[in-house]
Ligand binder design. Structure first.
Ligand code: NDP
Length: 371
């Protein structure tokens, strides 16, 4: 990366950080509102969730009830029994309920402005592209795709249909995490020397899609390792140039198809480096940043609530906020105002390029430059 590109990516980073801080004051959480036609008349955008699994059911649906710029207008599900339950619980109109076969007819539904893809990873590209072709703006969950190449097809499809694409990076809307980004942008403690980030959990059900390479694209690395990449990038405010990765496996049956534990080191243009570990077999959730003159840490660093830590002696403990409500409101505000999302498809692509390089390093060994 040449100097010009580096300067420009730092400027973009600073802009993204300040844009998000501005968005916070607009996106303060309001008392619960239900999804009705009168709400729509008040200017909220309609969102349809595709894939009513754990994340949509337990996090996004309760969160959107707290949103002030969007509401749950529709659903897309392959499970017939979920239709009546969601219709009843969230007051969804019958004509706003779709399945995977008739989904494309959502194009003519004026209630739906945004489609939120909450499907297994291997389905993200197909449904993002179909949503874009239907003329809908899209939020796609992380990881945006299985590879950077596939991610680019999603960005291209959205650009072609002139719709906006955002990735479900909720942490960019967490105030304590944003303080870490702000320090990276403003450098009050000098350059970042070192970042350590670790995210892991012990995965259950051995039959789930997360353990199938064709559906997940990879194991812990794709699923939660992506948070470590994000952390290293937003804690430095830089884009990595090279990576070395190592894999550890204790269970060749459960993890025959995907990675169980991966560690990797990223090199950044300024000389900063990061060391990260992700695992489906160990619990970890923290971020540590060493600056030239000080340090910051978050623990937990990626949970839905309770993110807290310190920057030097300053305690970061702004609570409570609903990350997902802010994230969906943030995107609705972007769509309404025509201003870019702070977590656009390109942000997802930056992580996909790192993930591609990590898997290249695991497959072939050694240091791999990012392409
Ligand atoms: P689940 O397995 O709980 O749900 C996935 C849903 O997708 C299913 O319930 C089903 O919904 C639908 N689906 C369609 N086809 C299939 C299929 N062949 N196999 C399995 N499910 C299918 O997954 P999660 O909700 O945990 O994760 C979904 C996405 O959200 C993933 O990409 C994940 O990485 C991301 N995620 C993001 C988080 C974040 O913090 N940003 C947190 C958790 C997940 P239906 O029955 O309605 O068709």
């Amino acid at each position: 990366m040449n100097h010009l590109n580096r300067t420009s990516s730092r400027r973009n980073f600073v802009t993204r950080v300040s844009a998000g801080i501005g968005a916070f004051s607009l996106a303060s959480v309001l008392p619960s509102l239900s999804a009705t036609a009168s709400v729509r008349k008040s200017g909220k955008l309609g969102i349809a969730f595709i894939g009513l699994g754990n994340y949509a059911t337990k996090q996004l649906a309760p969160a959107i009830e707290q949103a002030k710029d969007c509401y749950l207008a529709g659903i897309v599900t392959g499970t017939k029994e979920k239709e009546a339950v969601w219709k009843e619980k969230y007051g969804i109109k019958k004509e706003n309920i779709y399945n995977y076969e008739n989904f494309d007819s959502i194009a003519s539904n004026k209630d739906i402005d945004i489609v939120y893809v909450v499907l297994p990873n291997s389905m993200h590209a197909e449904y993002t592209i179909r949503a874009a072709k239907a003329g809908k703006h899209v939020i796609c969950e992380k990881p945006m795709a299985l590879t950077a190449k596939e991610g680019q097809t999603m960005i291209d499809a959205c650009e072609k249909r002139n719709v906006m694409l955002s990735i479900g990076y909720r942490l960019h809307f967490d105030p304590n995490t944003r303080e870490i980004m702000k320090v990276a942008a403003e450098k009050p403690y000098g350059n970042v020397q070192y970042v350590q980030s670790e995210v892991g959990f012990t995965i259950g059900d051995p039959t789930q899609w997360r353990l199938k390479k064709t559906m997940a694209g990879g194991g812990a690395m794709m699923d939660v390792g992506i948070y470590c990449i994000q952390a290293a990038r937003y804690a430095t405010g830089e884009e990595p140039v090279a990576v070395r990765a190592q894999e550890f496996k204790t269970d060749n049956v459960k993890f025959k198809d995907v990675d169980e534990t991966v560690s990797w080191q990223l090199e950044f243009p300024s000389g900063a480096y990061s060391n990260s570990t992700t695992s489906y077999n160990a619990r970890a959730n923290r971020l540590y940043v060493s600056y030239k003159k000080g340090a910051a840490q978050l623990e937990p660093a990626t949970k839905y609530t309770g993110i807290k830590g310190t920057i030097q002696k300053r305690v970061l403990d702004v609570q409570p906020i609903n990350q997902q409500a802010r994230q969906m409101d943030g995107f609705a505000q972007s769509v309404k105002s025509g201003t870019p999302s702070i977590v656009p498809g390109e942000e997802g692509m930056r992580d996909m390029r790192v993930i591609d390089a990590i898997y290249r390093s695991l497959a072939n060994g050694g240091r791999r430059e990012l392409v």
